[in-house]
Ligand binder design. Structure first.
Ligand SMILES: [Zn+2]
Length: 282
């Protein structure tokens, strides 16, 4: 089984995670720029982070045979801090870099006027730089946040098929699918989506234009929940081809729209077992 995790924050994870992910079949991932927990107080703090997302972290992933790509943006939460407003001005030079396959995570946290501004400005950047966009939906008031997100995406003029609206659930999936955007789901250990709930959604809404991720970060999360969901799909009657579509071909199709996805030399169907994982990266 080959797995592409389309949303995972490896900066917050250890080398043990990379090793276990490789052993589970994860061979590619996308790491979106996000809120690091500790508030940043200057633009330079962001540029150091962005540099790490396009430099250091791909190197670290490569040691485990995992291909690393990034999305770059001013995240919704920090869009509210006036000290971070200048981040919007440095984004263009990052969006042109190799390995940057989308603008993200953008969208809403508390749905403020500042967030409206940053969201619209960054959708415009996605159009200008011909990149897809990864949109985060708020964890509080998700239904209203998702509704407003769909509206802002439509107003921006970006082609809906170049947008993934992420962190969806049973309540928000239908509206996003109807809008023509991709539906993203983050599988968590305790709260929000679980593997059984995800499998039910796939049964009901199908496997097209769906991205399933672990969204693992500095909170309680599990980078192997992609594999666990894939195993549960198989146990629930989905075929190997269905699993390959959801966990490989869909993320490749979505981020491939950037024209910058580099998956050369990742052999399709090759098995990454035991020590061969580590050798595969060298
Ligand atoms: Zn995230």
């Amino acid at each position: 089984m080959r797995i592409f995790d389309p949303h995972i924050h490896m900066t917050s994870r250890t080398t043990d995670d990379y090793e276990r992910m490789a052993a589970a079949g994860v061979r590619a991932l996308v790491e979106p720029a996000f809120w690091l927990g500790q508030p940043r107080t200057s633009v330079a703090s962001f540029t150091d982070y962005f540099d790490s997302l396009v430099g250091w972290e791909p190197f670290r992933a490569g040691q485990f045979g995992i291909r690393h790509h990034a999305t770059i943006a001013l995240n919704p939460k920090e869009a509210n801090d006036p000290r971070c407003a200048g981040v919007l001005d440095v984004l263009p030079r990052y969006l042109e870099k190799d390995g940057v396959v989308a603008v993200g995570e953008i969208g809403y946290d508390s749905m403020t006027a500042e967030e409206d501004h940053a969201f619209a400005a960054q959708l415009a950047l996605a159009i200008e730089h011909e990149l897809p966009a990864l949109v985060h939906t708020p964890h509080r008031d998700k239904a209203r946040g998702t509704e407003r997100t769909i509206k802002v995406v439509a107003e921006s003029g970006i082609e809906p098929g170049r947008v993934v609206v992420d962190h969806l659930n049973e309540v928000t999936v239908a509206a996003v699918k109807d809008s023509g955007s991709w539906a993203g789901f983050s599988i968590y250990p305790d709260t929000k989506m679980s593997p059984p709930r995800m499998v039910e959604i796939l049964k009901q809404f199908g496997t097209e234009r769906v991205l399933v991720n672990s969204a693992a970060d500095w909170g309680k999360s599990d980078p192997l929940l992609t594999r666990e969901t894939a195993d549960l799909m198989l146990a629930s009657g989905f075929s190997d081809d269905d699993v390959d579509l959801v966990f490989w071909r869909n993320p490749v199709a979505f981020y491939g729209q950037s024209g910058k996805l580099d998956l050369d030399d990742i052999a399709p169907g090759a098995s990454f077992e035991g020590n061969s994982i580590l050798r595969g990266g060298s």
